[in-house]
Design a protein around this ligand. Structure first.
Ligand SMILES: [Zn+2]
Length: 117
């Protein structure tokens, strides 16, 4: 399942980060999930909980927020678009001038904050 591979990376990064700061226990994690990651938030949460067992991340509060996709067209219009992959295809034209666009944000998963003891 896609969510498990995403969660695996997240857990690994958090543990590396926590160890850098000599944390003994992580109590909270704040994540930003780009909509183009195409993960189901509930499944991602489940995967994170499974994978954090027996690590210093066990029982941490996991806060997740999905972040919008940001596109930019050749004329420099930058727009935030919201996309539900289960409802409609992503339209890749500028809403202002209808030119083609580049995706500049939305593919990433950001660990915004780690609360540790
Ligand atoms: Zn435009």
């Amino acid at each position: 399942m896609h969510e498990f591979s995403v969660a695996g990376d997240i857990v690994e990064n958090i543990i590396v980060e926590a160890q850098k700061h000599h944390a003994e226990k992580v109590t909270g994690v704040f994540l930003e999930i780009g909509q183009l990651m195409m993960v189901e938030i509930d499944q991602l949460r489940f995967a994170l909980e499974c994978l954090s067992k027996d690590t210093l991340l066990e029982n941490a509060n996991i806060h997740m927020e999905t972040t919008p996709i940001v596109i930019k067209c050749i004329n420099g219009h930058e727009e935030e678009v919201s996309w539900d992959p289960y409802k409609k295809p992503l339209e890749l034209t500028c809403p202002v001038c209808k030119n083609t666009v580049k995706i500049i944000k939305g593919r990433e998963c950001i660990i915004r904050k780690i609360v540790a003891e």
